[in-house]
Design a binder for this molecule. Structure first.
Ligand code: 5GP
Ligand code: ZN
Length: 138
């Protein structure tokens, strides 16, 4: 429990939430903004800031319930698909307690999650240098 962390407060019941699932390690509750119908957050009960600070056990606890919640959202709302999103660091991240967004998707729901398609524009040398750079940091 970290002071002034709203997700720790939600987990402790100090701030109310629409919780859909809870066990000893995680809580899943509806995102207050409901970006799409059923937009859900899954948090570990242990306070960790973001993915960079997670340990394997904590990440395992969170991701081990992702399929269960995803299937429930699919069966409840019949979306055309579902995105799993995790934001790390400002300006992407606004709540600094690790969380995974489950976002059911619907026709014309206004949500945009798109990257450039650079297929064919990147040379073998560039791909190899990317691999090298990342592996140097593993
Ligand atoms: P981030 O940008 O950090 O990935 O997303 C944080 C999410 O937490 C946002 O989607 C926001 O709507 C949600 N959120 C912030 N405060 C509260 C709250 O008090 N209750 C709930 N249920 N969600 C919250
Ligand atoms: Zn916290």
């Amino acid at each position: 429990m970290e002071n002034e962390c709203i997700f720790c407060k939600i987990d402790q019941g100090e701030i109310p939430s629409y919780t859909i699932y809870e066990d000893d390690y995680v809580r899943a509750f509806l995102d207050i903004t409901q970006g799409t119908k059923g937009h859900t957050l899954i948090i570990p009960k242990k306070h960790v800031k973001n993915v960079y600070e997670t340990d394997p056990e904590t990440i395992n606890h969170v991701f081990s319930v992702v399929p269960k919640i995803a299937r429930a959202l699919r069966d409840a709302f019949n979306p055309i698909g579902l995105n799993i999103v995790n934001n790390n660091d400002e300006p992407l991240q606004s709540v600094f307690h690790f969380h995974v967004h489950l976002i059911p998707r619907y026709e014309d729901d206004g949500m945009v999650l798109k990257t450039e398609n650079n297929y064919g524009k990147i040379s073998t040398e560039t791909f190899n240098s990317l691999v090298e750079k990342i592996q140097e940091n593993l």
